[in-house]
Design a protein around this ligand. Structure first.
Ligand SMILES: C[S@@+](CC[C@H](N)C(=O)[O-])C[C@H]1O[C@@H](n2cnc3c(N)ncnc32)[C@H](O)[C@@H]1O
Length: 260
């Protein structure tokens, strides 16, 4: 089965979600869903894939919410700067950075539905965010001032690749802002900049409020890096896509795109 066109993917995101406010970020609205499983099954049918990626793009995750709240409190971190949002999902962090006056914002994800959601959300929030559908971790870090990474430490292999790549970027002088609510594979030894009580839902997490941190990385890679925390039962193959920690129910511009 051929992949639906970008326009069809956006139409699907509109059908599967609603434009809704985001907790504690009164100026931001995102296309979000209430039920992970429902959206996951809808995505499977839409994409013709029995086991599509989890619909991360249909939710604002605690790590991204923490980064966003930090940026609202510290707009100087992104204002006038070239920003990359790694693993953008809905586009939340990218959109907040753009609204706070970033010179440019480039969002990256590997899920075509994230691309669709990010474009819809950028438009709904009246900002421009460029998007590339690619595994950025397979490339050197792009030339930018700040890299945002919301909630990227939930799966062992991915988290390890993310952290290694982010450390390289930090070593080259890029400011890293990583948001995390204590996922299993958040490494120790990061520098904590801020903490937030993030309002989320039991659909996604084991609690309605998740204590979440925003971390940065030193620009020197320490020789004796801390190993990741012990693994929880997180895994990609799960009966119910409710995901991120073990114990939780357990995985261009729009205008140009419109003419495709
Ligand atoms: C938990 S979601 C976080 C989304 C958003 N940052 C937030 O906090 O709401 C994780 C995202 O990472 C993306 N992802 C996973 N591996 C990736 C990779 N190698 N490169 C870019 N994105 C990736 C997934 O597709 C998903 O959208």
């Amino acid at each position: 089965m051929t992949r639906p066109s970008p326009a069809n993917l956006r139409a699907f995101v509109r059908r599967a979600t609603e434009l809704q406010p985001v907790p504690d970020l009164p100026d931001i609205r995102l296309q979000t869903a209430a039920d992970v499983t429902v959206v996951w099954h809808l995505a499977a049918a839409e994409l013709g894939q029995p086991d599509p990626p989890l619909p991360f793009w249909a939710f604002a995750w605690a790590g991204g919410l923490a980064v966003s709240r930090y940026l609202v409190e510290h707009p100087e971190e992104v204002a006038g700067r070239r920003v990359v949002d790694l693993a953008t999902g809905s586009g939340l962090c990218a959109i907040v950075a753009a609204r706070l006056g970033a010179a440019s914002v480039h969002a990256y994800d590997i899920d075509p539905l994230a691309e669709a959601a990010m474009h819809l959300n950028a438009r709904a929030n009246r900002v421009h965010v460029a998007f590339r559908l690619t595994d950025l971790l397979a490339e050197p870090a792009p030339n930018c001032d700040v890299i945002l990474a919301g909630d990227v430490c939930y799966e062992e292999t991915m988290a390890s690749r993310m952290i290694d790549w982010l450390r390289e970027a930090a070593g080259a002088g890029t400011r890293i802002l990583l948001g995390d609510p204590g996922r299993n594979y958040l490494p120790a030894g990061l520098e904590r900049l801020a903490s937030y009580s993030i309002h989320t839902t039991r659909e996604l997490e084991e609690a309605e409020v998740k204590e979440s941190g925003v971390y940065t990385m030193p620009d020197k890679v320490p020789a004796d890096r801390d190993p990741p925390r012990p693994a929880g039962p997180t895994g990609r193959k799960i009966a119910r896509p409710n995901v991120l920690n073990g114990g939780v129910r357990n995985g261009s511009s729009l205008e140009a795109e419109e003419s495709r």
